[in-house]
Design a protein around this ligand. Structure first.
Ligand code: ADP
Ligand code: MG
Length: 834
């Protein structure tokens, strides 16, 4: 075995001198005893003195040392919340909720006082003194009140994760703290990190002119013996985890097991296998037969569809976004931290109870194992289970994603099984093309994971990879902000009147290409005022990047969705399209509405089941898409149909299961629809008082065409044109599409209802790279709409005038007629090569 990680530091005395103001807290003896064991208790005085004397303080301490649960209590006891709030931001929803509950419990206070606020819900009241929230919530509060005057202290927790919003918040707060000092209303800023790697905050003179003091909390970490695998399994790390857990459970002394996997689907699958191998007393007969006549539901939905509309396709008005920006609305954003896990797979916790066990161990009821899943999107009640002691005589085994790495500390873990992988979303800097990839973690993460085993006694960490592989891991993973498109952040910053985004004190600035791409997209969407000179790109690359926000941009910034979708929302109150666009945007924002049915199957039987279901689901999707204009709306129509039919059926788990929909995603769509409706109606004169019925009527044909245009207006940089036969350089390009930014062809994803239709022009929600570059979320558009709705993407040789342009499929060009003259209107796609 490799050497142990760290020896336990000596225990120290708890704080003896209390500060001048002291707000008493009533804690149970049991809680008090547990607290006194936390390493951070012996640093209370140091931390509180540092806070008293400095505007900004950094606290570093190992996960589990007590930062999140105790520091807010120290501040409360010292009177910081007697006339203002103590706010704590977390990059994950799970942590905001769980930690507020824990702190309320420790202090014997209700959630009215120690509250939480996450995207859709919260328990904040007038009595709130300590408020846990996601970092996105605080960012939106800054938009409403830049000085954060309600707060006395802001704590940025988990700063080592370097989530995008955490980074932005630290940049903003560095300014807010100095503004508040000038106004003689000091605001205290605490930055808490689980690692000592804080130079990006301390050694950054643009951020803090005087480097803030760092208080280091010595963790009482017991030694953890690290065991590497001799070989690194190439694919089946999940199977390897299973075998390792079985061995530990059979052969090693009592102590909880924590397994790190990469995503929900994997977590559930391993949980199933383990429960079957080591049954624990549980409710029986799970996973009932599901049978729903979804075709009947669909008929009901379709029956209310209107009759055919006129043949001509009227257009939406691009300048008609007369929603007025106001400083209200309780919507917020979430960082990407939660998203990794949402990526793939179903999270229906149905135990199929089939023959998956055959290659596994024989069920062994004499060795019960209490197996619990843990991931971000797990329902809160289920998450809370991991903190309870397992049933008598059972060993605890938590199968988790990255959330267990630093956000949550699970008591009683002695063994860690680390697959060494993490699921991450990768983006192309220029095109924004994204892909989810499972990659190796960094060395820092692997050590964090190992550390989970040594909280209560010496422990063991089993790494399912060799030490040679480990030494090739990168030391730390780069901050998120340097890895993803930033148009949403740039828009938010412009809405805060930070025009020169390049000058913003980012702890780690995003790459210049990403800032330029963001500014370009926002300008094209009309969210920024166009620079006066021409040659926009050159000007932007001259590092100016300083266009102010436009009125449309202000409207867009109030919607809690990405700018492309915000643009659709801003146009949506025309022609009574609002409820539809809200639904489409909500469904596109909540990723992976449909279950993943391509996943690996454990047995042939399961394979066949999956195949059957896939066929049924795709048949259903065809029905939802309908015919004519409605089919042209494509996958967006499927989303509308799915949500509509689901609401008609009462949004039940059975309906979702039968139609391949993720039940939880549907509930999220419902909530987000409500939230977006409030967001739009509260700022729109036209939409004021509008009531959106969750069971909306299907759109009529005219509306469908307006919807297609609204989608096009938002996804303007995501237009693709089918490669024509004379352009085919390669057989592989058959059925491919050309996009302005990519050299290689892209293809309609086989799961799209337009996969076989192959329209000439399409817009897509995203390109995901798997075996090919696939467009997902596809909708067909009319070529003649492009110069009208997306003028900034077109090159006009003469000003565009009526009558409307037409499209010549032979040349692949759009032609504008004026009187008897032809003006050729090129479009940024590569010219046709004959
Ligand atoms: P840090 O923020 O430094 O990682 P925390 O404040 O989250 O540490 O955790 C401190 C201790 O509180 C840990 O030992 C953890 O086990 C315990 N703890 C946290 N939440 C709960 C909970 N809901 N139930 C029981 N113990 C908890
Ligand atoms: Mg913490």
């Amino acid at each position: 075995p490799a050497p142990a990680l760290a020896p336990p530091p000596p225990a120290r005395q708890a704080l003896s001198v209390k500060p001048a103001i002291f707000v008493p807290v009533d804690r149970s003896a049991e809680i008090q005893e547990a607290r006194l064991k936390l390493p951070i208790l012996s640093e209370e005085q140091v931390i509180m003195e540092a806070v008293a004397e400095n505007p900004t303080v950094i606290v570093c301490g190992e996960t589990g040392s007590g930062k999140t649960t105790q520091v807010p209590q120290f501040l409360y006891e010292a009177g910081y919340s007697s006339d203002g709030l103590i706010g704590i931001t977390e990059p994950r929803r799970v942590a905001a909720l769980a930690m507020s509950q824990r702190v309320a419990k420790e202090m014997s206070l209700s959630q009215r006082v120690v509250s939480y606020q996450i995207r859709y819900e919260g328990s904040v009241t007038e009595d709130t003194q300590i408020k846990f929230m996601t970092d996105g919530v605080l960012l939106r509060e800054i938009q409403k009140d830049f000085l954060l005057s309600k707060y006395k202290v802001v704590i940025i927790d988990e700063a080592h994760e370097r989530s995008v919003y955490t980074d932005i918040l630290i940049g903003l707060l560095s300014r807010i703290v100095s503004l508040r000092a000038k106004k003689q209303q000091p605001l205290k800023l605490l930055i808490m990190s689980a690692t000592l790697r804080v130079e990006d905050f301390t050694q950054n003179s643009r951020l803090f002119s005087v480097p803030p003091p760092v208080v280091k909390v010595d963790a009482r970490q017991f030694p953890v013996t690290v065991h590497f695998n001799k070989r690194t399994p190439l694919h089946d790390y999940s199977g390897e985890c299973f075998r390792k857990v079985c061995k530990i459970h059979r052969m090693l002394p009592p102590g909880g097991i924590l397994v790190f996997l990469t995503g929900q689907a994997e977590v559930h699958s391993l949980c199933r296998r383990l429960r079957r191998a080591f049954p624990c007393l549980r409710g029986s007969a799970r996973g009932t037969e599901v049978k729903v006549d979804s075709v009947e539901e669909m008929r009901k939905f379709k029956k209310s569809r209107g009759k055919k509309g006129p043949v001509a396709l009227p257009r939406i008005d691009l300048d008609n976004y007369s929603v007025l920006p106001v400083d209200e609305g309780d919507e917020d954003r979430e960082s990407e931290m939660d998203e990794e896990e949402e990526a793939v797979g179903s999270d229906l916790d149905l135990d199929l109870g089939d023959g998956e066990a055959e290659e596994d161990e024989k069920p062994d009821a004499s060795l019960p194992l209490h197996v619990l899943p843990l991931y971000s999107l797990l329902a809160p009640e289920k998450q809370a289970q991991v903190f309870r002691s397992p049933p008598e005589g059972c060993r605890l085994c938590v199968v988790a994603t990255n959330v267990a790495e630093t956000s949550l500390t699970i008591p009683g873990i002695k063994y860690v099984v680390d697959c060494g992988k993490v699921k991450k979303r990768f983006y192309d800097k220029v095109t924004g093309v994204s892909s989810f990839r499972v990659t190796w973690v960094s060395q820092a993460s692997a050590d964090q994971r190992a550390g989970r085993a040594g909280r209560t006694e010496p422990g063991h960490c089993y790494r399912l990879y060799s030490s040679a592989v480990f030494s090739d891991f990168e030391k730390f993973s780069p901050p998120e902000i340097t890895r993803r498109p930033v148009e949403d952040l740039v828009l938010q910053m412009k809405a805060l009147n930070i025009e020169k985004v390049v000058n913003f004190p980012f702890p780690s600035p995003p790459p210049m290409e990403a800032l330029v791409a963001a500014e370009e997209l926002l300008t094209a969407l009309g969210a920024l005022q166009e620079p006066l000179q021409t040659g926009r790109l050159k000007q932007l690359q001259g590092a100016k990047l300083s266009c102010p926000i436009s009125p449309l941009g202000r409207t867009m910034a109030t919607f809690p969705v990405a700018p492309r979708y915000a643009k659709m929302l801003a146009l949506s109150q025309q022609h009574e399209c609002l409820p539809y666009i809200i639904t489409i945007v909500a469904a596109m924002t909540i990723r992976e509405l449909f279950e993943e049915l391509d996943g690996p199957a454990a047995s042939e039987q399961e394979q066949a089941q999956l195949k059957g279901k896939k066929a049924r689901v795709s048949q259903m999707q065809r029905l939802w898409a309908g015919q004519g204009a409605s089919l042209k709306l494509g996958d967006m129509m499927v989303l509308l149909g799915a949500v509509g039919a689901c609401e008609y059926s009462g949004c039940t788990p059975r309906f979702c299961e039968a139609n391949g929909l993720r039940y939880k995603a549907m509930l999220e769509v419902r909530r987000l629809r409500g939230q977006l409706t409030t967001a739009v109606t509260s700022i729109s004169e036209h939409a004021a008082g509008l009531f959106v019925d969750p069971k909306m009527k299907p759109p009529n044909e005219d509306q469908v065409n307006f919807l297609r245009q609204m989608v096009l207006a938002g996804l303007g940089d995501h237009v693709a044109r089918r490669i024509q036969s004379e352009e085919l350089l390669d057989e592989k390009w058959k059925n491919g599409y050309k996009t302005p930014l990519l050299d290689d062809p892209v293809f309609i994803h086989p799961s799209s209802v337009l996969f076989k239709e192959l329209p000439e022009f399409v817009v897509y929600q995203e390109i995901v790279e798997t075996t090919k570059m696939y467009m997902r979320g596809v909708s067909a558009v009319e070529a003649t709409w492009i110069p009208v709705l997306l003028p900034s993407y077109c090159h006009f040789e003469k000003p565009l005038e009526d009558p409307p342009p037409s499209y010549c499929s032979k040349t692949g060009r759009v032609v504008c007629h004026r009187a008897s003259t032809f003006y050729r209107v090129g479009w940024q796609l590569p010219a046709v090569q004959v």
